[in-house]
Design a protein around this ligand. Structure first.
Ligand SMILES: Cc1cc2nc3c(=O)[nH]c(=O)nc-3n(C[C@H](O)[C@H](O)[C@H](O)COP(=O)(O)OP(=O)(O)OC[C@H]3O[C@@H](n4cnc5c(N)ncnc54)[C@H](O)[C@@H]3O)c2cc1C
Length: 419
């Protein structure tokens, strides 16, 4: 084999960059292999270009945002958690702000500043070489564990290395370089891959979304998802946006994390949208009776403005099946029930999710059962470490996913130094 490095890191995203910095404290010759023309492409677009790098919530609450697999992160978080991450960036001169929901952003509101703090540290470190436009195509394994990596930058080259960190990310936003290569690399050396699916992603509905509604955002609404037997699965309150074939926005992305796998399995789920969550059913009904009475001569189609933004009217009419030109003084008790249902429980049939190109994270990945949670070392291949979104770990929006990437990268970088 050609070149000898102490450590090869595959992937220059949040996790791989942090792993390189942690490992460089001791490792003399580190090679960081990045398939794109620049590292950190996804990092630079996080948080709508502002980078919500972590969340200041205490560890128990933080872990609850990762779900049942959150326990896996306890060790890595005890080594390098939100405070350590914030201190790391502040020491590099990046001032930070804590915003609503304990979300942490750079004061400059520029994700680029987070990336530059990492890449400048790496580029100043003589122990680290970055090879860009270069893909890792294979892991080389000997009976003693990892032995190196095959890379390709026009031709295949075998690189000998006694330690390898695999930090290739998931499959979401593939244009950033996260094309899921790590799944086949890990699978080829024996790892189990929990089927990767899009998560934190808009949902696809059966109902036609009127053109005028596409891109329209509703604030302070409540969305409940139930199964075919009407059993409630989850409920979220906040902001929701209509897409050309369904619904998106913060509360929908949160719901998608809970239901993506069921949708992927072919289940159809029901969503009901409460447009007036602050008004109890009876209060709203009384208000409706009064307003129907006061506006008796108006036609329904126009009078819907009393209760809805103009953009919502075509969908409301489509949902209610009441004659559009009926005068309000002709609205029957049954019609009123339909109006109430439209306002408090507008139904949507959820038939799937949008694809990886719109998913904030990938759910699924390398099985956590096969990775040591203290070191991120593979339990199957000695001295192979697996970090970041490539692992079967994902979390809510709010800075949790980047902290997972940074903490697992750091844990692996430090563990390499203990060997
Ligand atoms: C639009 C968007 C916004 C987001 N905003 C936030 C946010 O504000 N806060 C938050 O916590 N999370 C956010 N996330 C999620 C977060 O960005 C990811 O969870 C995190 O970047 C994962 O880091 P990673 O290093 O594991 O993987 P990635 O960032 O995906 O990095 C993997 C790297 O590996 C490289 N690579 C892949 N295959 C190979 C190969 N074969 N050879 C060499 N290199 C390879 C890729 O090019 C890439 O550079 C966002 C995600 C998206 C898509």
């Amino acid at each position: 084999m050609q070149t000898q490095y102490d450590l090869v890191i595959i992937g220059g995203g949040a996790s791989g960059l942090m792993a390189a910095i942690a490992a460089a404290e001791k490792q003399q010759k580190i090679l960081l292999v990045e398939k794109m023309e620049q590292a950190g492409r996804k990092l630079r677009i996080t948080g709508k270009g502002r980078c919500n790098l972590t969340n200041t919530s205490p560890i128990k609450e933080f872990i609850s945002h990762i779900g049942s697999d959150g326990r896996f992160m306890r060790n890595a978080f005890s080594l390098f958690f939100n405070n350590e991450l914030m201190q790391f960036f502040e020491e590099k001169g990046v001032e930070l702000n804590i915003e609503r929901g304990s979300r942490v952003f750079p004061k400059s509101s520029k994700a680029l500043d987070i990336f530059l703090a990492l890449i400048n540290t790496i580029e100043r470190n003589k122990n680290i070489t970055i090879l860009k436009n270069t893909s890792a195509t294979d892991l080389i394994v000997s009976p003693n564990g990892i032995a190196g990596v095959t890379i390709n930058n026009g031709k295949n080259i075998d690189i000998a290395a006694p330690k390898v960190i695999l930090a290739t990310g998931g499959r979401s936003y593939p244009l950033t370089g996260s094309t899921g290569d790590g799944y086949s690399l890990a699978k080829n050396v024996g790892h189990t891959i929990v089927d990767p699916i899009p998560s934190l992603v808009p949902l696809v509905c059966q109902e036609a979304i009127p053109d005028e509604l596409v891109g329209f955002t509703l604030k302070n609404v409540s969305l409940t998802i139930s199964d075919a037997n009407d059993k409630k699965i989850c409920n979220f309150f906040g902001e929701m946006t209509f897409t050309d074939n369904g619904i998106g926005g913060p509360i929908v992305l949160s719901a998608s994390r809970i239901i993506s796998r069921r949708l992927q399995a072919g289940e159809q789920l029901r969503a009901t949208l409460d447009l007036k969550p602050a008004l109890e059913h009876e209060v709203l009904d009384k208000k409706l009776i009064r307003e129907l009475d006061e506006n008796g001569s108006r036609i329904l189609k126009d009078a819907l403005r009393l209760w809805l933004p103009a953009e919502m009217i075509p969908l409301a009419l489509q949902t209610m099946t009441i004659e559009h030109y009926k005068r309000l003084n002709q609205v029957s008790a049954n019609d009123r029930k339909k109006i109430m249902r439209m306002l408090k429980a507008m139904p949507f049939t959820i038939v799937g999710t949008r694809g990886f190109d719109e998913a904030i994270v990938t759910q699924g990945g390398v099985s956590l059962k096969e990775v040591n949670p203290k070191t991120m070392e593979s339990k199957l291949v000695k001295n192979l470490y697996i970090t970041g979104e490539l692992l079967d770990l994902d979390a809510d929006t709010g800075g949790y996913n980047l902290q997972i990437a940074f903490s697992t990268g750091y844990a692996a970088g430090k563990a390499v130094n203990m060997q």
